[in-house]
Design a protein around this ligand. Structure first.
Ligand code: NAD
Ligand code: IPM
Ligand code: MN
Length: 349
């Protein structure tokens, strides 16, 4: 069997609870597949920072680079927390990982599984993917504060968009669309206001589209995209968008397809120069942490994305069919995080 060297970063809040179930399901797959896991756990996150003052030490980052992939839970303090500066863990751990490991494709599939309730009255057949740029945009950390705390304060966050960065993620979206039945790409941006970056994104889509003559494409401003996501979500196939728009619309996409507890993601380095990292879209959910109330499905579906990225398509499909079976049978009875994980692990064909 092939051994996958897997780094596991459970993180904070519900992160460890849902990650334990994702690992359980991965191990359930190994029984009947030519794949094994060599797991190394890394204690990182807000709790770790409080205990040690470390966010992501250089030596830990180097060690992470040696793995085949990373399974990430969630990090972050509770919103009202006063001990941990807001954004410290997010920027210096999670975003540092995405940037350092060049995770330029933040892949976020949205599918309304059979039997899952949508808050929309007539959602239709929802099955789209968001290809969110992962290493640039307003997340790049450009900007600053002048005269902080004074009435003259000026705060800026400057969005970074490079031709190189935009083109590689746009091309990835077209490649993914080429493998899907509907073969359609929608660029989501706001080029009526963000004219500089908007022009670059639009021109890049037009250019890359010429390499893919049998793929159709269109454009939506991000505000209008949120309308269609609730009024007609089945129109979407592949959405390509910048880092911040992608963050916002994927929480909405999760909400219309059964909730944030089901939404999976992959932070992918398609060039495979560094390991890719798979994590639920949700955060550490301090409001329900430690109570076995979190739905581990998003983490489990993220593990399926991990398997697919490493070339284990068949195994990924088995995890997804176990999830589909569990989702189809949900009747509203409350189950613990571990009970859901056990049921999905047992359903792995
Ligand atoms: P959140 O996603 O943690 O929670 C939003 C709401 O969704 C909460 O009511 C929560 O209980 C619920 N929820 C989330 N995951 C769930 C699950 N698996 N099952 C059932 N319910 C679930 O978002 P937030 O409250 O804005 O952020 C909390 C902390 O997490 C913040 O510190 C934030 O920065 C951080 N965060 C981290 C990540 C990450 O690590 N990737 C992502 C988003 C937010
Ligand atoms: C996500 C999160 C992160 C993001 C935060 C925690 C940095 O919201 O993964 O969606 O904004 O990308
Ligand atoms: Mn988010």
């Amino acid at each position: 069997p092939r051994t996958i060297s897997l780094a596991v970063i459970p993180g904070d809040g519900i992160g460890p609870e849902v990650t334990a179930e994702a690992v359980k399901v991965l191990l359930a797959v190994t029984g009947s597949s030519p794949v094994e896991f060599d797991l190394t756990e890394y204690p990182l996150g807000a709790e770790h920072w409080l205990a040690t003052g470390e966010t992501l030490p250089e030596k830990t980052l180097e060690a992470l680079k040696g793995h085949d992939a990373i399974l990430f839970g969630a990090v972050g303090a509770a919103p009202g927390d006063t001990q941990i500066p807001s954004g410290l863990i997010e920027r210096e751990l999670l975003l540092k990982l995405r940037f350092s490991l060049d995770h330029y494709v933040n892949l976020r599939p949205s599918r309304l599984y059979p039997g899952v309730d949508s808050p929309l009255a007539a959602p239709g057949d929802v099955d789209f993917i968001v290809v969110r740029e992962g290493t640039e945009g307003p997340y790049a950390g450009n900007g600053g504060v002048l005269r902080e705390g004074t009435p003259q304060e000026i705060a800026t966050e400057v969005s970074l968009n490079t031709a190189y960065g935009v083109e590689r993620v746009v091309r990835d979206a077209f490649v993914r669309a080429a493998a899907r039945p509907r073969r359609h790409v929608t660029l989501v941006h706001k080029h009526n206001v963000l004219v500089n970056a908007g022009r670059l994104w639009k021109r890049t889509v037009e250019k890359v589209a010429q390499e893919f003559p049998d793929i159709t494409h269109d454009y939506l401003h991000v505000d209008a995209a949120t309308i269609f996501m609730v009024s007609d979500p089945s129109r979407f196939d592949v959405i390509v968008t910048d880092n911040l728009f992608g963050d916002i619309i994927t929480d909405l996409a999760a909400a219309i397809t059964g909730g944030i507890g089901l939404a999976a993601s992959g932070n992918i380095n398609m060039d495979r120069t560094f390991p890719s990292m798979f994590e639920p879209v949700h955060g550490s959910a301090p409001d329900i942490a430690g109570q076995q109330k979190a739905d581990p499905t998003a983490a489990i579906l993220s593990a399926a994305l991990l398997l697919r990225h490493l070339g284990f398509d068949e195994e990924a499909g088995r995890v997804e069919s176990a999830v589909a079976e569990d989702l189809a049978g949900r009747d509203g009875t409350r189950r613990t995080t571990a009970e859901v994980g056990n049921a999905i692990a047992a359903a792995v064909p």
